[in-house]
Design a protein around this ligand. Structure first.
Ligand code: GAR
Length: 190
């Protein structure tokens, strides 16, 4: 039976593309849908190139209707993957997919997580705090930002001369290396 993944993404979409590449030859997993709140996001062009259908939605649709949940249910989605999606998941959605929503965060949670801690803000905070390491956290999603159970972490060193851009580059390398594989392992165990 083919397992079906939906990816929520609102940024450049580099993780979404790496995940798609990793799964491209798999006969038992497919990326059924990419969902985004941002029509101008790089991920939209990538999805088009990868021939993956896109659903765009706005804040009202997401938080005040059940359209997105209904669609995910109709499409029989097995796993929801957040890859650069910055809005909090509504609790109705979390409850409809228990232990079936995962996120990647560009730091070693529980440090540098929570509302407003996303993208470059995270790397700036890591450098400002004089951290000697950073990394990635892949975790289950609940109704609070960055607080669900941790599935996997990987680390990279941060040197005193590293800029936030240097940290971002090293963290992105870890994301691309590990997220596709962790997703494939989780789907295989469903
Ligand atoms: C990734 O670094 C991801 O960890 C981060 O957004 C970036 C998306 O990059 N997510 C968060 O900060 C969530 N709090 P991409 O669009 O190139 O995949």
């Amino acid at each position: 039976m083919t397992r079906r993944i939906a990816i929520f993404a609102s940024g450049s979409g580099s993780n979404a593309e790496k995940i798609a590449e990793h799964l491209t030859n798999s006969t038992d997993v497919e990326i059924t849908l990419i969902l985004s709140n941002s029509p101008k996001a790089g991920v939209i062009d990538r999805a088009r190139r990868l021939h993956i259908p896109v659903l765009l939605f706005d804040r009202t649709t997401f938080y005040e209707s059940s359209r997105v949940i209904r669609l995910l249910q109709e499409q029989q989605i097995d796993l929801i993957v957040l890859a650069g999606f910055m809005w909090l998941m509504p609790s109705e959605l979390v409850q409809a997919f228990p232990n079936r929503i995962i996120n990647i965060h560009p730091a070693l949670l529980p440090k540098f997580g929570g509302k407003g801690m996303y993208g470059h803000f995270v790397h700036e905070a890591v450098v400002a705090a004089g951290e000697t390491e950073s990394g990635i956290t892949i975790h289950y999603v609940n109704e609070r930002y960055d607080e669900g159970q941790v599935i996997f972490q990987a680390r990279c060193p941060v040197t005193p001369t590293d800029s936030p851009e240097d940290v971002a580059r090293n963290v992105q390398k870890l994301e691309h290396e590990h997220y596709p594989r962790v997703i494939a392992d989780l789907v295989a165990a469903l």
